[in-house]
Design a protein around this ligand. Structure first.
Ligand code: BES
Ligand code: ZN
Length: 626
């Protein structure tokens, strides 16, 4: 943190007194968050009023005022999370304070957590207290990706988007950046002329003439769901409460691809209760977006790489939509409880897909989840077995280390096992009640298990399924459920035939993306001549389906296939697309095939176009200095 006006010299007592009466959050379920400097027993933010007065695409800086309302317990210090923010001024702005200038200082400091911002009220405060912070973001704020016009679809206007999860909100807003603390918000954004601004809140549907935008989020949300995008966006409705925001060039295709969103919402509601956020819109971002999707409330952020032209990748919408319950209503208390968000969401996603596209379709997704899981568990068991625990301890580490198939797929399979154990009807009743009972609350692994044991599973059942082993043990227990999807029977037979005598698969015209992914998995260990023959017949190297292209590039590279055309397509893809799920396996395959030189030469060209979170992962993978 840099201080423009350094108001604090030295000699403050940083101790703070506090009495423990009732707080806005329930301290019994508020474990210490190892990834935040906030102390919710002293004060919690209950409302944010954000005013972004300038979005500077030349300097890559946001200039803003954040007005935070705290609920305090005789606090003499307010502690916020910041990372690289330039704090210019802090004032008490609540009624009766007459804009008193407050002293502030930098407190603790850490590479992962950033800088603690200490604000000193004039005297210890109890109850509601409001401060306004004038600040600027740093040009390398990790949550912000500033895109040049060439990096967009339209190629004429710049684009900005944020990615706050897990602990990056603090790089663009000073706040208590902990998933256990929830607040409502309103925001004003002054955008550059002609650009539309959208947020995880109520949104405009047209470009504003004066480029000013106003947003409101009336339900309390955790900070990691703060989101903003500014660009040459247009809106197209896809239903009464659904629609798509995208650049004009891809608006039509996006609206078609995601035209079934309302059906997904209805399936979700039929399972686990009403959708609580009024509208559900999608924002299709430029291809450098580092994730598949991000469940920003009311406005899921999406990679354009799921626009396959055949709706074959809409499970991702089901996933982000499911977070409107698992994650956005009932929220992981800390990043150690990440599986509470993601494991439940993959389970819920699968149930939505089953309801809309049938049990055979959902079984394919489950089976692919299972194979990803077994591969990653095997890998981790060699290098970092503790990282295979659902109940992981990420203190002192970057919470991004917990973003693995364990939280997602081990979490999912654990819940599926519980479903099989008690029967679907009982499990659905339990889940519906869980979302209703814990709405707008945080959930720890322990709190969930206690609830599970009281409401659903007998001790004997918990022991019978090896519950403790699943949650606190390493590896994948032997009773992990496995399915044999009917859709994969023919695929496996074709793969086996091809491997044994080189016969090319037939009747592949009806195969969907998931079947091709299964086919590639079944060909693990394929050698270069066979890969070449396959590609001659099916032209995977030219595929515009990002999932198929990635799986193919990995398989062919692992098999030692070296071809100018494949190299050129890999380079083209890695430069255009920034989705980490695709980047890591392709770069990794190149490294393992002794082609690190190529990997690094492509990375040097591609890196400036990647989001900070993708850069961090790949710098590590390729041993490049950031
Ligand atoms: N919330 C996650 C993305 C995320 C997790 C961002 C942790 C930062 C830190 C999102 O819901 C997600 O899981 N995305 C997946 C989608 C997939 C599992 C369907 C992705 O991006 O690949
Ligand atoms: Zn998710």
């Amino acid at each position: 943190m840099r201080f423009t006006f350094f108001r604090v010299l030295a000699g403050f007592s940083l101790m703070s007194a506090c009495s423990l009466s009732e707080t806005a959050i329930d301290p019994a379920h508020m474990p210490l968050d190892p990834h935040s400097y906030a102390d919710p027993t002293e004060a919690v933010v209950t409302h944010l009023s954000l005013n972004i007065t300038s979005v500077d695409f030349d300097a890559h800086v946001l200039q803003a005022l954040a007005t935070l309302t705290f609920d305090c317990q005789k606090a003499d210090t307010l502690r916020l999370d910041t990372y690289g923010l330039d704090i210019q001024d802090v004032r008490a702005t609540g009624e009766g304070f007459g804009e008193a200038v407050l002293r502030f200082a930098a407190g603790r400091q850490d590479d992962i957590l950033g800088t603690e911002l200490l604000i000193f009220p004039e005297e210890p405060v109890t109850g509601s207290y409001t401060v306004t912070i004038w600040y600027k973001t740093s040009p390398d704020a990790k949550a912000l990706q500033w895109l040049r016009p060439e990096q967009t679809n339209g190629k004429t206007k710049p684009f900005l988007f944020t990615q706050s999860q897990a602990i990056l909100a603090r790089t663009w807003i000073p706040l208590q950046d902990s998933p256990g603390i929830r607040f409502t918000y309103e925001a004003r954004v002054q955008a550059p002329e002609g650009l539309m601004a959208v947020m995880s809140a109520s949104n405009p549907q047209a470009v504003s003439e004066d480029s000013r935008y106003y947003f409101e989020m009336k339900q309390p949300i955790p900070s990691y769901l703060m989101a903003l995008a500014v660009g040459d966006l247009r809106f197209q409705a896809t239903g009464p409460r659904t629609g798509v925001y995208a650049e004009s060039a891809i608006l039509e295709a996006s609206a078609w691809e995601f035209g079934e969103t309302e059906a997904l919402i209805q399936a979700a509601e039929a399972l686990y209760g009403p959708y609580q956020w009024e509208r559900y819109d999608l924002l299709v971002l430029p291809p450098s977006f580092p994730f598949g999707g991000m469940e920003n409330p009311r406005l899921t952020f999406l990679t354009p790489t799921v626009i396959a032209g055949d709706r074959s990748l809409v499970a991702l919408i089901a996933h982000e939509l499911a977070h409107s319950w698992s994650g956005n209503l009932v929220t992981n208390a800390t990043w150690n409880d990440f599986w509470i968000n993601e494991g439940f969401t993959v389970y819920f996603e699968n149930r939505i897909m089953e309801a809309v596209y049938g049990a055979d379709y959902a079984a394919m997704l489950q089976s692919l989840s299972h194979s990803d899981l077994t591969a990653e568990v095997a890998d981790f068991m060699e290098n970092a077995p503790d990282d295979t625990k659902l109940g992981i301890d990420l203190s002192g580490r970057n919470p991004d280390d917990g973003v693995t198939t364990i939280a997602y797929d081990k979490g999912f399979h654990f819940l599926r096992l519980i479903e099989y154990t008690v029967g679907r009807e009982a499990f659905d009743g339990f889940l519906k009640d869980y979302f209703a009972s814990y709405t707008f609350q945080s959930m720890t692994t322990e709190r969930f298990i206690a609830h599970l044991k009281v409401s659903l599973l007998s001790d004997a059942q918990w022991e019978g399924i090896g519950g403790d082993q699943w949650v606190y043990g390493t590896g994948l227990p032997a009773n992990c459920p496995v399915v044999e999807p009917a859709f994969f029977t023919a695929v496996d037979a074709e793969a086996a035939r091809f491997l044994s005598d080189g016969t090319l698969p037939t009747e592949t015209d009806t195969w969907n993306t998931h079947q091709w992914l299964r086919f590639f998995k079944a060909l693990d260990g394929l050698q270069d001549e066979s890969a070449h023959a396959l590609d001659k017949a099916f032209h995977f190297t030219q595929s515009r389906n990002s999932e198929i292209f990635t799986a193919w590039a990995v398989l062919a590279t692992q098999g030692g296939l070296v071809q100018t055309e494949l190299d050129a397509q890999i380079e083209r893809f890695l430069i255009r697309v920034g989705r980490r799920k695709f980047l890591s396996p392709i770069y990794q395959a190149l490294v393992e095939a002794d082609r690190k030189d190529l990997a690094i030469s492509i990375y040097q060209k591609a890196r400036p176009g990647y989001h900070a979170v993708a850069q961090e992962t790949l710098d590590k993978l390729l041993g490049v200095e950031g």
